[in-house]
Design a binder for this molecule. Structure first.
Ligand SMILES: O=C(CO)COP(=O)(O)O
Length: 244
């Protein structure tokens, strides 16, 4: 399965900065066999990426509305993302769940809406520290996954992002990542049967050039969702190179 290196810029980079980043990447980028690169950017940056990313590098939104269109001020529809050439939409990132009150039901509705427009949702799940300390991280994450994939078809990517590892410099060990990725794979088999083996399960949380290879070498980890280390082209090329 092709490894997906998904870059989540979060709320960083103006369109001017996004353009400079894309041009810099274009100067230095060479595709690596078996590695797909895609940038999850603020909606305003997407047209700039469409015009300036090197061929073969994909892009997507960081969120998408659960609604089709209409009186939903501030929202971005799946049709809008599709129209600017997105192939992905992140849904259910822990920052959306925490700061915008998104529930599993909302996340599933967003994922279904993305699929209805031909976008692949990247559905994020993962536990907070207190849940891990109680040893309930597997059960919690699988419950979140089941709710977040309700009515969602197999054209999906799942990202396991333990909240305690996001932006903290604390990376889960490769074994921690594999424990959850394997549990997620089993759950996906229950929902999708044999198609589960074609679904990419990513790990996210303080992934960097010096730890990505070990994490992505695990049998059930098919890529990474990267925040901080996605902002500098040098780090992105470092991660891509480490996967070679
Ligand atoms: O939340 C993340 C990606 O979606 C991870 O962020 P960091 O890589 O900055 O820890």
């Amino acid at each position: 399965m092709t490894i997906l290196l998904a870059l989540n810029w979060k709320m960083n980079k103006t369109p001017t900065e996004a353009r400079a980043w894309a041009e810099d990447l274009k100067d230095k980028y060479a595709p690596v066999d078996g590695v797909e690169l895609a940038v999850m950017a603020p909606a305003l940056d997407l047209p700039t990426l469409a015009a300036n990313l090197p061929a073969g590098v994909g892009y997507g939104g960081q969120d998408v509305s659960a609604q089709e269109s209409g009186a939903y001020t501030g929202e971005t529809s799946a049709a809008m993302l599709k129209d600017v050439g997105c192939t992905y939409a992140v849904v259910g990132h822990s920052e959306r769940r925490d700061y915008h009150g998104e529930t599993d039901e909302t996340v599933a509705a967003k994922a279904r809406q993305a699929q209805a427009h031909g976008l692949t949702p990247i559905v994020c799940v993962g536990e907070k520290l207190d849940i891990r300390e109680k040893g309930e991280h597997v059960a919690f994450t699988l419950r979140q996954l089941a709710g977040s994939l309700s009515g969602v078809d197999a054209e999906v990517v799942v990202a396991y992002e333990p909240v305690w590892a996001i932006g903290t410099g604390k990376t889960a060990t490769a074994d921690d990542a594999e424990e959850l990725a394997a549990a997620i794979r089993d759950a996906l088999r229950g929902q999708y049967g044999a198609k589960a083996d074609g679904i990419r399960v990513l790990y996210g949380g303080s992934v960097k050039p010096d730890n990505i290879a070990e994490i992505c070498a695990k049998p059930n980890v098919n890529g990474a969702l990267v925040g901080g280390a996605s902002l500098k082209v040098a780090d992105v090329l470092g991660m891509q190179g480490a996967l070679q």
